[in-house]
Design a protein around this ligand. Structure first.
Ligand SMILES: [Cu+2]
Length: 201
């Protein structure tokens, strides 16, 4: 399911049959958040340019599960530790600008949404947010985050629909630019999917 595998499979598929490309696509499907819009989605839809290969596969930000005790290393949380998607963890976009933000209101419910290209058996969804005074000038790290999720959706090993929305209350006491980290933990593999969304409270 790593990109290298998929790229080589796709290359073989181009040289041989379309069926191989199709089976490769099926095996590599996963998911990402689009509400609030995630960095990988901003790269995919062209709002943020020069992101590299993530623009072709915003669903592929997959890394070890177990955050925050384990999971991707500090500075690589938003790219799930995958070097080819490193742009996602940078404090600024590839062109040096600020990541576009979604406006949200603390203390109110927000409807988070995932888009899935494969509906894996799911342990849960967890949402984290940066702390007041977080360091906005380096790659996101655990020290920037409140490591207690503000919203958890247990899923008991079920498979989600292709689009999943759930409503959770945003924390109070935050203002200005923050990052929401969404983590989709898979029940039957060692992996989870990571999505960082920039918001303005
Ligand atoms: Cu998958």
């Amino acid at each position: 399911m790593r990109t290298r595998t998929k790229l080589s499979a796709a290359a073989v598929g181009l040289a041989t049959t379309g069926a191989l490309v199709l089976s490769s696509g099926g095996a590599s499907g996963h998911g990402y958040t689009d509400l609030p819009v995630s960095r990988q989605k901003l790269c995919q839809n062209g709002t943020v340019t020069n992101c590299g290969s993530i623009q072709w596969e915003p669903q592929s930000v997959e890394g070890p599960k177990g955050f925050p005790a384990s999971g991707p290393a500090d500075g690589q949380i938003c790219n799930a530790g995958l070097g080819q998607f490193g742009q996602l963890s940078a404090a600024r976009t590839p062109s040096g600008g600020a990541w576009p933000t979604t406006r949200v209101t603390g203390g109110q419910n927000y409807t988070f949404r995932w888009q899935f290209t494969a509906m894996h058996a799911t342990t849960d969804f967890k949402y984290y947010v940066t702390k007041p005074g977080w360091n906005q000038n380096h790659n996101l790290a655990r020290s920037d985050l409140n490591l207690t999720p503000f919203f958890t959706v247990p899923y008991n090993g079920q498979r989600p629909p292709s689009t999943l929305s759930h409503s959770g209350r945003l924390p109070t006491g935050l203002s200005g630019h923050h990052v929401i980290l969404a983590v989709w933990t898979i029940a039957d593999t060692g992996n989870a999917f990571y999505a960082c969304s920039d918001v303005t409270f």
